[in-house]
Design a protein around this ligand. Structure first.
Ligand code: XIL
Length: 522
């Protein structure tokens, strides 16, 4: 089943159309005449013969009163439409101001849709002198079953991911530990988990934990001193709770400049008062979410170590400098969190520690010190923003093993596997410009190997879970981050997640599931 994006890729159809608009319900158009509608493209290869196109539409009372009808259509692109098909949905099938499902089975007489080497477009248009507004809330295509299954099981299929099904009913159902996704709320409106139906559908189907990509960070929850703003984050936690999804809290303290509130960055008081302010932040937030329930773990401190060799505590962090050039804020934060909630799981979270390098060594040194002094800590979050070729599985496993050997939990907190590695020696000579099938299958294997390494290395009682940093390749932080000329040069060529930009499964999802099911990684 293809669930088409309702947040991008659509345009107006028909002569004289005034375009489409995206809104919280989906895609709307004003039906100002016959054949006015909305249309979107699907890249080849796609085989539409016998496919069922299903749209949830909502028409205005003016549209209904005009007596107009709707027509779903599918067209093979190229020249003068080498194949076309449409289905009639009469006015009687539509209810003003309420959702109606209209469908169309593509069964062209000459079987012109029985081929895969053309892009196609599908859409809906108004007929019979329409006026008023039509909103398309969702568009799903169920391919003929033979198509779906062959694409899903063949590892050599030359199919693009647009027709791919990973045949995974629910990823989290395959695991006995949390399987999470980072989601956005009001930080990226188009992908808002509270309003974007496609985002909700994929999260509710595959994940039993969520992390807020941004909105539980410090500058969101305490923008000015003493002014705690929980409304946005609370709505997100409430939604999760209503869907039996729990929350991993991220992150009580993070040095990243623009997410540290000004009052902390510009602190001019004493170090002791600064540490007290840090404790107030931690205590207030942990207490609030303890009372709310449904939040099971926190990244208490995020990224406090530097990437030098040997590694040490970051000195370019406001927390470090304002604490009197001291890392004492880390243990104070853990102590305050534990005092506020005796049961929530407390993680230290960082990136590159999966490389089994100097930073890993410093991490272990800090853990050893904390344990010797009874500073409360339950586990380590491995962010795991990794590449196809780096770090090696051997190093990832060795690094996790060091944490396991301390008796602490390991959680993969921000997994994504970028196809292109702008830090590699052969960049940009080895640049991949198109997400083709070869890359998709290599990424499937890589996802599988990472999840397998986690299962092989971390015993069941120490598995904090695995979270991917986003749902679709359209909304990955790497599209924003890696756009400096020295890196991806503004191109969106990371494709690091489990779903493509139309919310279709990628082979990576199958790879993740294979590892959970104990199937060999290939
Ligand atoms: C990122 C978010 O995904 C972006 O939307 C935001 O602009 C910057 O922060 N490590 C972390 C996360 O711990 O908080 C970061 O999230 C990604 C890197």
């Amino acid at each position: 089943m293809l669930n088409l994006s309702m947040t991008s890729g659509w345009r107006g159809n028909g002569t004289g159309n005034s375009g489409i608009t995206y809104n919280s319900d989906g895609v709307s158009f004003t039906a100002s005449g016959d054949n006015i509608g909305a249309v979107t493209d699907i890249a080849k290869p796609i085989l539409l013969e016998d496919a069922v196109i299903s749209m949830v539409v909502n028409v205005s009372s003016e549209f209904k009163a005009s007596g107009a009808s709707l027509q779903i259509f599918a067209q093979i692109k190229g020249g003068s439409w080498p194949g076309e098909w449409n289905c009639w949905s009469g006015n009687e099938t539509l209810t003003a101001g309420a959702d109606s499902t209209i469908t169309c089975t593509v069964k062209e007489d000459d079987k012109k849709f029985n081929q895969t080497d053309s892009d196609v477009q599908i859409g809906v248009q108004a007929k019979n002198a329409p006026t008023g507004v039509v909103t398309i809330k969702s568009t799903k295509i169920t391919l003929a079953s033979s198509q779906t299954s062959s694409a899903a099981t063949s590892s050599t299929a030359s199919s693009a991911t647009s027709v791919y099904s990973a045949n995974v009913d629910s990823l989290h159902a395959l695991a006995s530990f949390p399987i999470g996704a980072a989601v956005t709320n009001n930080d990226y409106a188009a992908y808002n988990i509270l309003t974007n139906a496609s985002e909700k559908a994929v999260v509710e189907k595959h994940f039993d934990q969520m992390t807020a990509g941004n909105i539980m960070k410090m500058s969101y929850l305490q923008p000015t001193q003493g002014n705690f703003t929980f409304t946005n984050a609370d709505a997100f936690v409430d939604y999760a709770k209503s869907k039996n999804i729990n929350i991993h809290g991220h992150a009580l303290l993070w040095h990243s400049d623009y997410q540290v509130p000004g009052f902390m960055k510009n602190w001019s008081g004493s170090a002791a008062d600064f540490i007290a302010a840090v404790e107030t932040h931690v205590t207030t937030i942990v207490t609030h979410y303890k009372a709310k329930g449904n939040l099971v773990s926190w990244d208490v401190v995020n990224e406090a170590l530097n990437d030098s060799s040997p590694s040490n505590f970051r000195t370019d962090s406001a927390f470090y400098s304002k604490s009197g050039n001291s890392a004492v804020y880390i243990e104070k934060a853990f102590q305050a969190a534990r005092a506020a909630d005796a049961n929530v799981t407390l993680y230290y979270n960082d990136y590159n520690i999966d490389q089994n390098n100097a930073k890993t060594t410093k991490l272990i040194e800090m853990l050893t010190d904390f344990q010797a002094r009874n500073i409360p800590i339950d586990g380590v979050g491995f962010q795991m923003h990794v590449f196809m070729d780096y770090p090696s599985i051997a190093n990832i496993s060795a690094a996790m093993k060091k944490v396991v050997d301390k008796g602490l939990k390991v959680k993969i907190t921000e997994l994504d596997v970028a196809v292109n590695n702008p830090y590699s020696g052969s960049w940009p000579g080895n640049k991949v410009s198109t997400f083709n099938n070869t890359v998709a299958l290599a990424q499937k294997k890589r996802y599988c190997e990472i999840v397998k390494a986690y299962l092989d290395t971390v015993p069941a009682n120490l598995r904090g879970g695995i979270t991917v940093w986003g749902t679709t390749d359209a909304n990955t932080w790497l599209n924003d981050l890696l756009k400096s000329p020295s890196q991806y040069n503004g191109e969106k060529i990371a494709w690091p997640l489990l779903f493509d930009s139309n919310y279709n499964d990628k082979p990576a999802l199958r790879g993740f599931a294979d590892a959970l099911q104990g199937t060999a990684c290939n």
